[in-house]
Write a protein that binds this ligand. Sequence first.
Ligand code: MRU
Length: 349
Amino acid sequence: MPDQWLPPIKWDGDAVAILDQRVLPHREKFLYCSTPEQVINAIKTMAIRGAPAVGVAGALALALGARSIRTEDPKDFRRKFSRLCTKVKNARPTGANLGWAVERLYSIVVENPGAKIAQLQKFILAEANAILKEDVAVNLQMGKWGREVVPKGARILTYCNAGALATADYGTAVGVIRAAFEADPTISVYSCETRPFLQGARLTVFELMRAGIPVTLITDNAAGSLMSRGMIDVVIVGADRIAANGDTANKIGTYMVAVLAWTHSIPFYIAAPRSTIDQGLQDGTGIPIEQRDPSEVTHLNGKRIAPQGVSALNPAFDVTPNKYISGIITEVGVLRKPFAKTIRGALQA
Ligand code: MRU
C-alpha cells in the first residue's frame, strides 16, 4: 500500500526528484533536477519549501554541483565548491537548516585536504543522503517526545505546513500530531489557511486528510475567535530559525497566533530539530526575514485581487518572542524555559 504521506524530495541516482508543491493538492508532479541551478530555482520558487526540506534540497544541490565540477586541481575544486555553497545558502535566507546543511557539506572539503576529487564527490553525496535520512529519524524522535504534550482528545491548532512535505518525511509539528493521533485517535486539528501562499489550506489539510486525521480548515483570522470560544486546547507549529534564547521565526502570522494563545492561556509549542537552532543569534532581532514578491499578496492563483498599482508588502516570516512559547519540541526532548539554558544543553546532548 502506498504511504499516505508524500516525501517531497529524493535522490534518484542521477537527479534530484522534487515533488512540485506549487501544484498540490490538485496535481502530483515531480521535477527532475540534474543541475544545482535547477534545485536552487525550485527552492526560490517554492516548488520545495519548509525549512528542513529546503536544507535537504540544498545538500542534494551541492552533491549535484560537486559531481559536475570539472578540474584536476583540488584547490580549484575547493574554490568552485565554495562558490556554489554560497549560491545555495543564499537561495532562501530565513530557514536555518539550509545554512546548516551547506556548512556540513563544506566541512567535508575542509576536513579532507588530502582527498582526491572523486573521493570528495563521493563523500559529499553520501553526506547529503545522510542529512536526508537523519531528518526522518529526527522527526520520528520529535513525535515521540511531542505527543506527551498533547492532552487526551485535544483539538490542536497548527499553522502553515510543518508536515512530511516540509521535511524529508514525517514532519515536525505535523509529525507530533501524527504520533499523537497514533496514540489517541480522538484528537483533531484546526489548520489555518496561511495567507498568502496557503500552505495550510493546500498542504497541511491535504496531508492530514490523506492520513485520516480529522482536520478542519479555518481562515487565519478565525484563530482568535475559536480560542475565545474554548475550541483550541493546544497550538503546535514548526520553525524556520530559533535564536539562542528561544525567539522563533516561523511563517508570517505565527506571532499573532502565539499572542492569542498566550491571551487565552493555551499552551503554544514549537516543534523543530536542533538544526533549526542558530546559536550565533542571541535573540530573534537578528533573524533575517525573507521579503517575497508582492504579487503573492495582490494575486490569488495568478489572478489579480487587489487594485492595479497598489503597494503591497510580503514578509514571509515573523518572530515569536520566547515569552509566548510554552516549550520547544526537539529530537532530544521538550525544552522548557529558561530557553537559553535548555537550548544550550540540547545542543550539547
Ligand atoms: O515559506 P515556507 O513554506 O517555506 O515556510 C514554512 C514554514 O514556515 C514552516 O512552518 C517551517 O519551515 C517549519 S517546516 C517543518
